[in-house]
Design a protein around this ligand. Structure first.
Ligand code: URA
Length: 318
């Protein structure tokens, strides 16, 4: 390949919004330098309602919902075709169609006829249910490398018929140990964020009344962010969970979950506080509670408070 051809391919990826090209096989172990920030705060600072004037409930108007590219094709829809790449440059996101993912080519397979080591169930099977999704994931899911460090798979918790779903990034150590989402420090802050907002706003809803889950169901090692292929594989189960629940609104917590669910070009700071769309469902993007634990800024908390207030009124006001 000439330098010019390579330059054109890299420009193609930049146009897709892919800024980093991985030069190693997907099974590579991330170096310590790649680890994301770990929650550092030692104390959970109770989130309290900032002293702001009560605003009337603002429901998202159709024109306020950012909709043109609602679903991240890399995660939930067949991805666009990509020209063949030089052998040493693998795309950061698998471009295979969801049902055709080939994780391992069994030894001895004739070249050109790789056999999938597993098959994902249909993306949205008829008569789907949460039980069916859980069964399809299986007791010992080994579809991606996250299974290697997992103690418990974290499917989700709360009211499966809730009109409101919170989506996080992936389980941490406490969640992995208990098999439940958002039970560690970030989870306790999320509980406070939900319960304090609803209480102050006079909405009779508690954390247990909403549904909470993550993009990936198994803990990424060292609390690193899930990698694109891990999100692509597990994202199909999230997509099915959301399709079964059919919530009135979704809250994505943090940049990773927001980018996984939405075709979001902008960063979290710009995207938060606005209504986006996943399929036809309004999605509010807000900060991840871990970010609030790391950054004790009152302004950030006020912003999350505003985001949740808008969501709860939109979902629960008669
Ligand atoms: N962070 C997440 O994104 N999800 C959890 O379940 C816990 C922490």
């Amino acid at each position: 390949m000439t330098a010019e051809e390579l330059r054109q391919k890299l420009a193609f990826y930049r146009d897709l919004g892919i800024e980093e090209i991985y030069r190693r096989p997907v099974t590579a172990v991330p170096s310590p330098a790649e680890k994301p920030l770990v929650e550092k705060a030692s104390v959970i600072d109770t989130i309290t309602s900032p002293a702001i004037p009560a605003a009337p409930a603002v429901l998202p108007q159709e024109s306020e919902i950012i909709s043109p590219t609602t679903v991240n094709p890399a995660v939930f829809q067949p991805a666009p075709e990509v020209p063949s790449l030089p052998r040493e440059i693998a795309p950061p996101v698998s471009v295979q169609k969801p049902q055709e993912i080939v994780a391992v080519v069994p030894e001895g397979s004739p070249v050109g006829t790789p056999k999938p080591s597993f098959e994902l169930p249909p993306l949205h099977p008829a008569g789907d249910s949460m039980l069916q999704i859980r069964q399809d994931i299986g007791e010992d899911c080994r579809r991606c490398r996250l299974c290697e460090g997992r103690t418990n798979l974290v499917f989700g918790s709360g009211n499966e018929k809730s009109p409101l779903v919170f989506v996080g990034e992936g389980p941490g150590a406490d969640e992995d140990e208990q098999g439940l989402p958002f039970v560690g420090r970030a989870g306790q802050l999320l509980t406070q964020m939900i319960n304090n907002t609803t209480e102050k706003e006079g909405i009779p809803i508690k954390r247990d009344d909403v549904y909470i889950c993550n993009v990936v169901k198994c803990r990424p090692p060292d609390n690193r962010a899930p990698q694109p292929d891990e999100m692509e594989i597990c994202g199909q189960f999230l997509s099915r969970q959301l399709s079964v629940i059919q919530p009135k609104a979704i809250v994505t917590l943090g940049a990773t979950a927001s980018k996984a669910l939405l075709n979001m070009k902008e960063g979290i700071t710009k995207a938060r506080g606005k209504w986006h769309k996943w399929q036809d469902v309004p999605v509010m993007v807000t900060y991840h509670p871990s970010y609030l634990l790391r950054n004790q800024s009152k302004e950030l908390r006020r912003e999350v408070w505003e985001d949740l207030k808008a969501v709860f009124h939109f979902v629960y006001d008669k």
